[in-house]
Design a binder for this molecule. Sequence first.
Ligand code: ZN
Ligand code: ZN
Length: 656
Amino acid sequence: MSHAAILLPRAVNKPFDYRIPEGMQVTEGSYVQVPVGKTTEWGVVWQLLAMSDVPPEKIKPIQNLSTLPPMPALTRQFIEWVANYTLSPLGNVLTMAMRVPTIFEKDRVYAPKNLITKEMPVTLSDEQTQAADILRAAVDAKKYAAFLLDGITGSGKTEVYLEAIKAGLKQGLQVLVLVPEIVLTQPLIQRLEERLQLPATSWHSNLTPKQRAERWQAIAKGEARLIVGARSALFLPFPKLGLIIVDEEHEHSFKQEEGVLYHGRDMAVVRAHLEQLPIILVSATPSLETETNCQSGKYTRLLLKARHGGATLPPIETIDMRQHRMPAKQFVSPHLIKAIAETIEKREQVLLFLNRRGYAPLTLCRTCGHRLKCPNCSAWIVEHRALGKLQCHHCGYQSRSPKNCPECKAEDSLHAVGPGVERLQEEIVEHFPNARVALFTSDHIATPKQAEKLLSEIDAGKIDIIIGTQMVAKGHHFPNLTLVGVIDADLGLEGGDLRASEKSFQMMTQVSGRAGRAEKKGKVLLQTYNPDHPVMKALIAGDRENFLKREAEYRRAAAVPPFGRFAAIIFSGRNESEVKQAATQLRNAAPKQAGTQVLGPAPAPMTQLKGKYRYRLLVKSLKNSNLQQYLRQWLALAPPPSAIQMKVDIDPYSFM
Ligand SMILES: [Zn+2]
Ligand SMILES: [Zn+2]
């Protein structure tokens, strides 16, 4: 073979031909450095060629061959699969697998820190043992199989999948654990390390370039065996992957909303299938997608019914806010205040949940009615009083909180509307001046270190009341926490999101699961104006099955996911009428196909984002249709003008 087609990690759809210099031993998958224009770049040998159509005087030679092991064929297949499925440039998907600065400059030694070796004896229940046996056998069989490890919070799911990890490691294989939120993963990593007596390699966006390069090499060489990472870890070039685990599979943060738009959980199942290995999805509140796959027999459900150590799920009650005439600046009902007082009296801990960062979601001028809005987005700008700043949660725009109204210049006329966590804290401190209160949000906890510090303070009983956003809902064990109060249980039900009810149910179940996880009994109080909403009723009854059944019936009737397919085509640009026109033009070129419907163009709920106007076409098709093929043919018919960006989102989640 005298030539090679090299794929580069950039926005290209196909590899380019290069000449192999005499004596250079390249194989398919080799990492090579090639000239590109006036510079050079590292890419991957996608295919060896006996000859090239490029005229010999124009073809350039490969300059360098890396000594690192070639990218495995199965990793390359996976990259192609994802590019095809998401309609993304092949090179952009490759980028996710290898765009790590300096990995090819020198061989690095990865020396994980020393382990604290203390084996903690753990006895599994009968239920756990049965599930673990099945998973171990699946790992040993080295074939594709998909499982849902389904158990309420505190049922000991981690101990069960630990047994499967052990089996994989024993065989000398690599094991990948995908987690939705890396900042809070340190306790899990520590637990895995202690129990497995093996250092875990974490992979996420907070790594330094040096850490990133060391870890990437160790993974590519097969030296790093246990990898715990965010969704991006799925694209690493594992040479001997033997098991994938997706913890909290229902979490929406597995969906990547920028660059290549993909769902980490779904693509993990694809990779497991391509590589013929088992995958374990883990959740206390499975997504309807996964639930449906269990019911149709595609996935095997392993159910853990009992809460570990005999603890029970806390009872959930609603507080009907229609009965309380709350003063305008108060958000905690007398009933909840009383429950908080009783709990801290007993020296137990309280969690107040409000999924709203900052002081108030909206700031309004009482003189002229002006609302403070982000200059780049169709969104209110959120006051962060502690920082003295206004912040847009969509584009990151910041400004100082103004003293006067920017519109009518009236003094002291700006007025906060609605509660954010900071305002809730103010109210709580007024009621309980002696209580120790901590905020648990992404504004206060940005790094694993900060998370560790706060968690250990809570553990040590140094905090009485935790006020948190969705960040606090995820998998933490607070043994002394016995009261959970949800300030606005209706919040997630607003908006036209297809999965709004499902998401709300999951979030509230997860938050509720923080209470009473040890011997002490817990209690959950939901403040709501809709106590009769199906989500509230299902939560009170603790009836997940019935809730999912209803939700499935509704979506089946509407032929929407997971019983139908969606793709969104999003147009964006600085000139609104041009954006709308490009969307309309494509809409008019849509080929007719039975069972496929094109809806729109409609302005996105946030018409303007980061200074760009956005319009959306929504394509709805039957579950078994080849949506990608339809889209490929159609999109080729009316390419948008260069000033307009067009993005395809297969299986869209967020319709912001
Ligand atoms: Zn004003
Ligand atoms: Zn903004």
